[in-house]
Design a protein around this ligand. Sequence first.
Ligand SMILES: Nc1nc2c(ncn2[C@@H]2O[C@H](COP(=O)(O)OP(=O)(O)OP(=O)(O)O)[C@@H](O)[C@H]2O)c(=O)[nH]1
Ligand SMILES: [Mg+2]
Length: 264
Amino acid sequence: MESDSSHIVYILGTAGSGKSALTLKLSGLLFDEGWRVVRVNMDPGVRQLPYTPEVDVRDYVNLEQIIEQYGLGPNGALIAASDILVTKIDDIKKEIESFDADYIVVDTVGQMEIFAYRSAGLLFVTALSKNSVVVHLIDALLAKTPASFVSMVLLGASLKVRFPVPHITVLSKTDLISEEEIERICRWNDPVVLADALEISTRGQQRELNVTLLNALKMQGYIGEVIPVSSVTMDGMNDLAGGLEHIFDSYSWDPEESYRWESE
Ligand SMILES: Nc1nc2c(ncn2[C@@H]2O[C@H](COP(=O)(O)OP(=O)(O)OP(=O)(O)O)[C@@H](O)[C@H]2O)c(=O)[nH]1
Ligand SMILES: [Mg+2]
């Protein structure tokens, strides 16, 4: 792995999909492997975290104060906070860089759309490092049927459109479902298997829409490997760390072309 720049791992996923727990466990594993790791909390509204972040956006923006000052509700305040954070990117970047870490694991805000679809998230990804990977968590409990799996893959595709960096898809919280269910969901990365499953489990307009979407996702290469991971049992955590290392080892950066990743 190159040592001249840090590798940034953005953990994204729907609310409660296990982002913070994965931040704790993945960074712990990377640390045990001998890497210098920094954990960044990007959620200005979080009250409790399962880890103590080395860099914390709550040091840069005070959500309670924003709520009081502007009379905003919690979501409006989060949006305002993310806009304020944009003005502090340089300071946050400096703080992160001061650790001279190999890996920077970024735990993003619970309301995924705030990081994913507002300008702040993209500005951070662009500003922080050339070597970035998005880890998209699909909550195992939300992906048990073929149609719900397609919905989650679509969400992942919209993240790929938004963040032109390599992505890894993780099926999170796998300890909450059976081995058979894990295997079945992971096999759906084969569009033929998924199409068969949709054929059986959906009907009418829902089936038509799902199959059309599936074909589009397949054509664009948006359906790929899913790594099953549990932050409770640590099952799959080594596979995730290995997947990250593999991507970072073959990462190439061309400032002329924005982000680009050349696979081997
Ligand atoms: N069984 C099980 N529970 C998990 C796992 N990962 C997280 N959890 C639990 O799921 C809940 C949400 O986990 P978090 O890590 O806070 O999820 P999050 O995506 O950071 O949540 P928000 O930031 O609020 O969106 C907590 O009660 C965790 O203990 C897992 O792998 N297995
Ligand atoms: Mg969280």
